[in-house]
Design a protein around this ligand. Structure first.
Ligand code: P6P
Length: 335
C-alpha cells in the first residue's frame, strides 16, 4: 500500500467521497497533532515528572493522574483557536468547554477521553486518547450541553490514538477505518492500513473476570460457555485478554477480531455500566461498525441510544458480529 500522510489521506477522501469538509479536515489534523504531543509526554514517563496522581478528582469521582490533566489541556489548547469547533466535552471536565468569544466558532463539537486507561500509566501498559466528532445543530452562535446529546449514529468522525509499542491513530469518517502509524523521525502520521475488517467469528473474549459474581445471567451464561471450551456448547476453545485500557482491547479486536464486554453489574446497580457513552462507547461503536463488527449495550445498538446526560454510562458488548449477536440473543431469551 502506498504510504501517504494523514493530510493526503484526508484530502483524497474529500476529493473522492466529499466526506471531509475543510473544517473537519482541520479538526482531525489538529487532534492528530495534539495526540503527538500527548505521546511525547506519555513516553517521557518518570523522566518527565508526569507520572503519579494530580491530587484532584474528575467528574466521575476518579483520582486524576497528572497525565490525565496534561492530556486534557493539550487537547483544549490545540482545538480552541482554529475556528472549526463550537465547543468541547471531556471525561475530565464537569461541563462543556465553549470556544472563547475571542475565537470564531465552527460547526463541529469535539468530545474526548483524553487519556483512557489511566490506571495503566504508572505501570507502562498501553493507554490512549479517544475522540468523537458531532456536528453542531443550528447556526446561531452559542452552544449548550443539550446540543451534545445526539445519538452516536450522528457522529461525523471518530477515532483513537494508542500510546503503545507503536503510536497509532485509528480513524473513521464513515467510509471504513484507516490506521496511521507515527513516524517519529519525521513526526508524520503515515497511512499503514486501511479498510480494517473485524472477522465475524472469534475465539477470543475480553472481560474483567473478577466481576463474574456481579454479572447478569446472560453475560455469565455467555462467558461460562466460552470457558467450557471445545467440550462445551460452543464446541471450541476460547482465549482471554483484558488489558484494562479500552483503547488497547478495542485496537486488538480491530486488528484480529474478538469480543469486548464491560456489562452492567450489581456493584453499582443504579449505573448502566462503567464506560461512558458519549466519548468512549459511541466513538468505539462507530469504528467497530465501520470495520464490519457490532456494538450493543447487550440489548440495543449503541449508536441508536439517545443520550440524556453528558457523562452517562453504558454497558458495552462490541466486536466480532456473531459473538455480539449471541450475547444479544441470550439477553432476549432472559427477557
Ligand atoms: P476495570 C479504564 O479506566 C477504563 O475506563 C477502560 O479503558 C477499561 O476498559 C476499563 O476502564 C477497565 O476497567 O474495572 O477492569 O479496571
Amino acid at each position: 500500500m502506498k504510504r501517504i500522510s494523514l493530510t493526503q489521506y484526508l484530502v483524497e477522501q474529500q476529493r473522492e467521497h466529499g466526506l471531509i469538509p475543510s473544517q473537519l479536515r482541520l479538526l482531525i489534523e489538529v487532534v492528530a497533532r495534539a495526540c503527538k504531543h500527548i505521546a511525547i509526554a506519555v513516553n517521557k514517563g518518570a523522566l518527565g515528572e508526569v507520572l503519579g496522581s494530580a491530587g484532584t478528582e474528575n467528574v466521575q469521582g476518579e483520582v486524576q493522574k497528572k497525565l490525565d490533566v496534561i492530556s486534557n489541556e493539550v487537547l483544549i489548547e490545540a482545538n480552541e483557536w482554529g475556528g472549526h469547533l463550537a465547543a468541547m466535552a471531556s471525561e475530565e471536565m464537569d461541563s462543556i468547554h465553549v470556544v472563547p468569544n475571542r475565537y470564531p466558532q465552527g460547526e463541529y463539537m469535539l468530545l474526548f477521553d483524553p487519556l483512557d486507561g489511566s490506571s495503566n500509566i504508572d505501570v507502562n501498559v498501553s493507554i490512549g486518547t479517544i475522540f468523537s466528532v458531532l456536528r453542531k445543530i443550528g447556526h446561531a452562535r452559542g452552544v449548550s450541553e443539550q446540543d451534545f446529546l445526539q445519538p452516536g449514529k450522528q457522529q461525523a468522525a471518530a477515532g483513537y490514538c494508542v500510546y503503545g509499542p507503536q503510536t497509532t491513530l485509528v480513524l473513521t469518517v464513515g467510509n471504513g477505518v484507516a490506521l496511521f502509524t507515527l513516524d517519529r523521525e519525521t513526526g508524520s502520521w503515515v497511512l499503514t492500513q486501511q479498510d480494517l475488517r473485524i472477522p465475524e467469528d472469534t475465539k477470543e473474549f475480553a472481560i474483567n473476570m473478577s466481576n463474574r459474581r456481579h454479572w447478569a445471567a446472560p453475560v455469565t451464561r455467555y462467558i461460562d460457555e466460552c470457558l467450557a471450551g471445545k467440550h462445551g456448547p460452543r464446541g471450541k476453545d476460547f482465549n482471554m485478554r483484558w488489558v484494562g485500557s479500552m483503547v488497547a482491547d478495542v485496537h486488538r479486536i480491530l486488528s484480529r477480531g474478538g469480543v469486548f464486554l464491560y456489562p452492567w453489574d450489581a456493584r453499582e446497580p443504579g449505573q448502566a455500566g462503567k464506560l461512558r457513552l458519549m466519548y468512549e462507547a459511541n466513538p468505539m461503536a462507530f469504528l467497530v461498525e465501520q470495520a464490519g463488527g457490532a456494538a450493543t449495550n447487550g440489548r440495543e445498538r449503541i449508536l441508536d441510544l439517545v443520550p440524556t446526560r453528558l457523562h452517562e454510562r453504558v454497558s458495552v458488548v462490541l466486536g466480532s458480529k456473531h459473538e455480539v449477536e449471541r450475547v444479544l440473543a441470550y439477553h432476549r431469551e432472559a427477557g
